[in-house]
Design a binder for this molecule. Structure first.
Ligand code: EPU
Length: 422
């Protein structure tokens, strides 16, 4: 297995291009199941999770061709569709559950494996099931698979989710676009990835209003047509690279970044002593002056502070002046980076969903292990600021969500390399 070797070095300077959003692309790709005509996605990120979704869609009978080195995905689904999403693929990636809504809408039935738990939490599917049941689907669990049936087709309905789940909002949207009549989703998730999916579906002929608010209205149509859609900028990759100059000093411009994607995050950066300036091409980030100040962070659904930036923010706060309190409210087990950061000299106490980070002067390089995607990149950020060498092992997690991370960081002066494992 590969590992990443990082040497703590001085200030960074230059530009980092930000890719299209993994989590938007993973929801956009299954939308191809909704139409017989081609859907082309531009600005796609080159990631192993995207390859897993490609494999899943191919197993269902769709075609996905990666063009321009993977930056463009040409998809289509005009032949016979297999309604079964197999455990062997679904268990690798939870976002596989996003084929449930579109399969149901197109075929009237679907058989999708339950994903099982993952490192950051149990992540059940009850909100998805309730949302699709509201549209008339009958869903049963048999031998680890959800069997969903909507004989006679899905019917528009008003439904309020108990929690604003991102994935359940996406499944509901993709099911309701082809349902008979009007659907209203209350307490819908408001993430930019939802807005991106709604825009793409609209380009395919869907009638949707209210995306980006907590109430989305969908008027079902008989069929969707083809479209070309650019994937929205990855706000989590953006926030991650914004933290690099915050942690190491220097000045980095993140190309393609926009404040509205990371507003609550920028408020916390400001309080910690980091300045963010909007430029014609993106966001320029540097330290205001002196040491980082401690800040308290609570993760929440968008527009709150994203859980997917909590681990990286913790890496920054490890060397802040004072004590920061980080409260994780989205996932029940998302502090696994804390004991790894502690191996580098960080002082962190974790009690349930709350982590207290007592700032130290300097972190020290160490061998650490990545436990999930965002944890792995937080350890790289910490390594960039630490004295000496840090080796992050199990970096396959990293390749799920960050394209060419070594190349991007090296371009701004970081000392980072991949060490090939057997
Ligand atoms: N939940 C339930 N029941 C459900 C669905 C969700 O209890 O039926 C719970 C989850 O267990 C979790 C919370 O609700 O505690 C939030 O889950 P949500 O459904 O909103 O998240 P998701 O759709 O599974 C997406 C991203 C995650 C990101 C979360 C929250 C994708 C492919 N994944 O997951 O991204 O953390 O939203 O913003 O869009 C990552 O990229 O590292 C990542 C984990």
């Amino acid at each position: 297995m590969d590992s990443i070797l990082v040497r703590g070095n001085g200030p960074l300077s230059g530009q980092i291009p930000i890719a299209g959003a993994k989590n938007a692309c993973l929801a956009l790709m299954p939308a191809t199941l909704l139409s017989e005509e081609p859907l082309t996605l531009t600005n796609a990120p080159r990631l192993s999770d995207i390859r897993t979704m490609t494999q899943l869609l191919a197993s269902l009978g769709a075609e996905v061709t990666a063009l321009q080195e993977g930056k463009v995905l040409a998809t289509s689904c005009h032949g016979e569709i297999n309604p079964v999403a197999d455990y062997d693929i679904v268990r690798k990636m939870r976002a596989s559950n996003l084929v449930l809504g579109p399969l149901l809408a197109r075929l009237g039935h679907a058989v999708v494996s339950l994903p099982g738990g993952c490192a950051i939490g149990a992540r059940p599917m009850d909100i998805h099931i309730d949302a699709l049941a509201a549209l008339g689907a009958e869903i049963e669990l048999k031998e680890g698979y959800l069997h969903a049936n909507a004989r006679g087709g899905l019917k528009g309905a008003v439904h309020e989710m108990r929690f604003a789940s991102v994935g359940a909002t996406e499944n509901f949207l993709m099911a309701a676009v082809l349902a008979k009549g009007t659907s209203v989703l209350k307490n819908a998730a408001r993430e930019p990835e939802i807005v991106d999916l709604a825009r793409c579906l609209r380009a395919m002929g869907a009638q949707i209003e209210g995306e980006g608010t907590s109430e989305i209205t969908i008027q079902g149509v008989d069929r969707l047509h083809g479209a070309t859609h650019p994937v929205v900028t990855d706000r989590i990759e953006l926030g991650t690279y914004m933290l690099a100059p915050a942690i190491c000093g220097g000045e980095v411009e993140c190309l393609g970044g926009r404040i509205e994607l990371v507003e609550s995050f920028c408020e916390k950066l400001d309080a910690a002593g980091i300045s963010v300036e909007e430029t014609a091409r993106g966001l320029k980030v540097k330290r205001k002056n002196g040491r980082i100040r401690a800040v308290d962070v609570v993760t929440e659904p968008f527009p709150g502070f994203p859980t997917d930036l909590q681990a990286q923010m913790m890496a920054l706060l490890c060397t802040a002046e004072g004590t920061s309190i980080l409260e994780e409210r989205i996932f029940e087990n998302r502090f696994m980076h804390a004991p790894e950061l502690a191996r580098m000299g960080a002082r962190i106490e974790v009690h349930g969903g709350v982590a207290k980070v007592h700032g130290v002067d300097r972190l020290k390089g160490a061998r650490v292990m990545a436990t999930d995607l965002r944890a792995s990149v937080s350890l790289i950020l910490a390594g960039l600021a630490a004295e000496g060498e840090t080796v992050v092992s199990r970096v396959y997690h990293l390749d799920r969500g960050y394209e060419r991370v070594e190349e991007k960081l090296r371009a701004v002066g970081a000392q980072i390399e991949r060490v090939k494992g057997e």
